[in-house]
Design a protein around this ligand. Structure first.
Ligand SMILES: Cc1cc2nc3c(=O)[nH]c(=O)nc-3n(C[C@H](O)[C@H](O)[C@H](O)COP(=O)(O)OP(=O)(O)OC[C@H]3O[C@@H](n4cnc5c(N)ncnc54)[C@H](O)[C@@H]3O)c2cc1C
Length: 423
């Protein structure tokens, strides 16, 4: 048992009395059955208190095995604590791939799916959309199995569960045959280009990310990650909507060395060495950064970005980098992409919460007219009432949590405030 550690960024210290580290599902069942308050903990990469508990925490760190590969159904079943980095390399060696990855491969599959973590790509839903079945230890210590095929609607409520249904012990994920990708980076694209070319730009590759420091109304970098079999990606142009093809590998923050970044310059490589921005073998130091992210409906993204651009002078001094990505609509109740294709506007901030917390309400005010939904695991300041108004399935989600957790064992301050609260 570890006592009171903090999250990855070090900006939040868990208040839970203890962190248990069971090694078997049976141990988790016993622990849950005898606890009054408990919550599952993944790899601690969330920036807010979503993973904390007023009782104890249970880390899935030791449940990190890959349990089954079903070649016929094209699925892989994993223990909840496995990190994407390890799973991705294993899958590739077996001839398979996941549909997408987040920017960092070091996060756990269960924590990422519980918070609707995403990568980028017009045709790709967030990482939770790959889940086809869940094994969960619910409040009474019983094992519950939910699948997309059999439980339909209830399953769609459970996948982005924010840790509120219980402790997820296994997940089954959709996979596809492995593939190769290339990554090409362009520099300096004017924001104004998106007014007429947003659709074209985001659909021009398997996964597209735009980076800006908001010092000017310019995207400093555009990263295109292309499937090598895409005919559009066999040859790249030297110009892209006003941006110029880079002639060396770049870090999203141009002043930093690219040595920890995944290979660029069109060099082919397996999907899992191109989809994340950072290399698997690079262990990021615990973060001198904070993060916020807002997801807006794709068709209004240019307007939303223009509104953010008006705050450039307030944002830029606090910012390390901002990233813009696209995510396909899904039907998972608590996903920010529920029912709508989204553009995600992400901010990696300097670690200065006092100043960041003052700028977030201004960003949220600018984005309110687009019904921007915040990333569950990042920092935001909007009121619970406003956040709740953004999720039409919230009443059903509350009922689902109550069904599996009638005595609120898995509640914490975050869930009490944003899911059940009324302030
Ligand atoms: C450097 C960095 C880069 C990032 N990049 C991206 C990105 O590219 N895209 C993106 O969308 N997000 C990104 N994030 C955010 C990150 O994906 C989320 O914070 C995610 O929740 C991390 O998973 P975790 O395992 O660390 O979860 P934790 O922070 O440990 O937990 C998050 C939530 O998941 C629940 N949970 C965890 N395990 C279980 C389980 N077994 N059963 C039930 N509930 C569980 C917890 O109770 C909690 O509610 C990034 C974060 C960092 C620090």
């Amino acid at each position: 048992m570890i006592k009171n550690p903090s999250n990855w960024a070090g900006n939040y210290t868990y208040s839970a009395a203890r962190i248990h580290q069971p090694e078997t599902v049976e141990q988790i069942q016993e622990l849950v059955a005898r606890s009054d308050k408990l919550k599952a903990l993944g790899t601690r990469h969330s920036f807010n208190d979503i993973a904390d508990s007023p009782g104890d925490l249970v880390s899935l760190e030791h449940l990190d095995q890959i349990r089954a590969l079903d070649r016929e159904r094209r699925t892989v079943t994993v223990e909840a604590g496995v990190r994407y980095g390890r799973l991705a390399g294993w899958l590739h060696n077996e001839g398979y791939a996941l549909h997408n990855l987040a920017s960092l491969p070091h996060i756990s599959v269960a924590g990422a799916c519980a918070t609707a973590t995403h990568g980028s790509g017009d045709k790709h839903g967030n990482l939770a959309t790959a889940v086809s079945a869940l094994e969960i230890v619910t409040a009474d210590g019983e094992l519950v199995f939910l699948s997309r095929e059999k439980e339909g609607e209830q399953f769609r409520g459970a996948v982005v569960g924010l840790g509120g249904l219980g402790v997820v012990t296994k997940l089954t994920l959709d996979i596809s045959p492995t593939f190769e990708m290339r990554q090409d980076v362009y520099e300096n694209m004017p924001l104004a280009e998106l007014e007429t070319h947003l659709e074209e730009l985001f659909s021009s590759a398997y996964s597209v990310s735009l980076f800006t420091d908001w010092k000017k109304a310019i995207f400093n970098q555009v990263w295109l990650k292309g499937h090598v079999s895409d005919s559009a990606m066999t040859k790249v142009d030297s110009q892209l909507f006003g941006a110029t093809l880079a002639i060396k590998n770049l870090h999203p923050i141009s002043s930093l060395s690219a040595e920890n970044c995944t290979e660029q310059m069109g060099i082919r490589g397996p999907w899992y060495e191109r989809l994340p921005h950072f290399r698997m073998d690079f262990t990021p130091s615990s973060g001198e950064e904070l993060q916020s992210e807002y997801l807006v409906p794709r068709q209004r993204a240019f307007e939303a970005l223009q509104n953010i651009s008006q705050l450039r002078e307030s944002i830029a001094p606090l910012l390390l980098i901002s990233e813009i990505r696209s995510i396909a609509a899904d039907n998972l109740w608590m996903s920010p992409c529920f029912g709508q294709d989204c553009i995600a506007i992400h901010f990696t901030w300097k670690k200065d919460w006092e100043r960041v917390r003052n700028v977030l309400p201004r960003i949220e005010e600018q984005l309110a007219r687009f019904n921007a939904r915040p990333h569950w695991a990042k920092l935001f300041t909007m009121s619970p009432a406003h956040l709740q108004s953004l999720y039409e399935k919230l009443p059903d989600f509350r009922q689902l949590l109550h069904h599996y957790d009638p005595k609120d064992k898995f509640h914490n301050a975050f869930l009490d405030k944003y899911i059940f609260g009324s302030l």
